[in-house]
Design a protein around this ligand. Structure first.
Ligand SMILES: O=C(O)COP(=O)(O)O
Ligand SMILES: [Mg+2]
Length: 229
């Protein structure tokens, strides 16, 4: 049997990274004399990578940044964020046990994040998690990123997996839309960073905790999709 590939989003799905992202973002905003953002703001600031996050935070304060300002803020962000890694970022409860459970059932894993590939690798390395994934792709790995379906399809190809034997797990509209665009079943988690309830995005299933992620669920989602196709 083809081994299923379970693809995870990173920020807000695998790892609770918002406190560290927020600390580095607020550091950069402070350097530029701007007010800090709140934790609630992170639900709509995170999703399209660090540069977009900085740009959105700036616009939120009514000071649209020039390209030069944005570049230097991005550089300062990268220095601060990388220096602190892994900081307080930790896997969500039950994640490691879920990986062990699915792996024992012959499943493999990948990461598909809009974070830059370099930052994603460094963060996963710092938590000794890189070795668990057959492929790790970021917002700058391909010409397109989530919600484009090709980000997911490219990740599946890079992992050497089968496009009809994959599922995507994510916390935001980008993840669910990317899965739908790629024709891959979507599992949503409500504990990440979304300013709308994940059920609004019409995922195939919602899991409240990684304890609920079972080999049977993955197999059933893949089988149901094949039946429909
Ligand atoms: O860092 C971001 O803005 C988004 O990252 P994610 O795709 O892993 O949620
Ligand atoms: Mg996310």
């Amino acid at each position: 049997m083809t081994s299923p590939l379970v693809i995870f989003d990173l920020d807000g799905t695998l790892l609770d990274t918002a406190p560290d992202l927020m600390a580095s973002l607020n550091h950069v905003l402070g350097l530029n004399g701007l007010e800090p953002v709140t934790f609630e703001d992170m639900t709509w600031l995170v999703g399209q990578g660090a540069k977009a996050m900085i740009e959105r935070a700036w616009a939120h304060h009514g000071h649209p940044s020039s390209p030069e300002q944005l570049e230097s803020a991005f550089d300062a962000f990268l220095v601060h964020y990388s220096a602190e890694m892994p900081g307080r970022s930790q896997p969500y409860p039950g994640l490691i046990a879920a990986l062990d459970r699915l792996e024992a059932a012959g499943m493999r894993f990948a990461v598909c994040t809009n974070k830059s590939e370099g930052l994603a690798l460094r963060l996963l390395d710092s938590l000794d998690l890189t070795r668990r994934f057959a492929a790790i792709t970021g917002g700058d790995t391909f010409k397109v990123k989530k919600p484009h379906g090709d980000h997911i399809l490219g990740t599946i190809d890079k992992a050497g997996a089968d496009r009809t034997h994959a599922v995507m797990i994510g916390d935001s509209v980008n993840d669910i839309r990317a899965a739908q665009n790629a024709g891959v079943p979507a599992i949503a988690v409500p504990f990440g960073y979304s300013d709308k309830p994940v059920t609004d995005f019409d995922p195939d299933i919602v899991i409240d905790h990684f304890d609920d992620l079972t080999p049977g669920m993955v197999i059933d989602l893949i089988a149901a999709r094949a039946g429909r196709g």
